[in-house]
Design a protein around this ligand. Sequence first.
Ligand code: GRG
Length: 276
Amino acid sequence: MDAYLERLRFGSEGRTARLEEAMRYSLLAGGKRIRPVLALATAEALGRDPEEVLPLAASIEMIHTYSLIHDDLPAMDDDELRRGKPTCHVAFGEDVAILAGDGLFAEALRLALGEQRGEPDAVLAAVRELVGAAGVDGMVGGQFLDVGGPPDADLRRIHELKTGALIAASVGAVLALERVPSPATIPYRRFAAELGVVFQIVDDILDVTGDEAELGKPRGSDERHGKATYVSVFGLDRARELARESHAEARTALSEADGDTRRLGQIADYILTRTT
Ligand code: GRG
């Protein structure tokens, strides 16, 4: 995955080189690549060569990176460290960071629409899945509820939108690309939705218990930002239990899916046990 991302270039105009530098700085700063790896593993489960979905997988990571750049901005979380390096706006300035995020989003669509092979209507359906997950009924809407929404917005819903939707779309976009018939997508979609919950609970736990060097960002940022998290609402022990329960649900759903889902199962286990 990383070799493919490394080869991507943005912009044909020499004078935008610094913008490209900021985009590649954030995209190539490391990161666990959970979302694109989920897309590749879904392709594998469906009997397709994972290499064939690299453009779609890369575009998911680009959308994810855009969201991190914007989330770190002073107007949002105002964070200075991401993936173990100064955040994009610290390294390049706020103006360039905003444009780097915008640029990654647009270039993600260009990459998926221009380079992803498949029947045109299937490619469009896959991209629609991604854009839907990034939009108001997904990541952006979830972020809004988190930073400026009504005080009664519930935690699970915020995270379903903010974090879960793009994780679910990492599986869903490949189902759409492969034109998997609707009934056969159900276990995969249940799996992906539960996986998003596991991811978020573990993220909240690591924000309290994780190692800062491993995390690549300071611990305790949720508390500093006054955010309700699974740990602040349920306590550490119950949060751990909830993560295990959701992981078990995800595994059960996967056992009902057609195809060779072993790698998807390994990713679910990693998401539960990860320390970064
Ligand atoms: C600003 C449009 C916009 C959206 C922001 C996803 C998001 C919405 C904000 C990210 C803030 C955050 C730290 C949320 C917790 C869950 C999360 C997405 C963590 C980062 O994802 P990882 O752990 O990161 O997969 P790496 O660096 O490994 O890719």
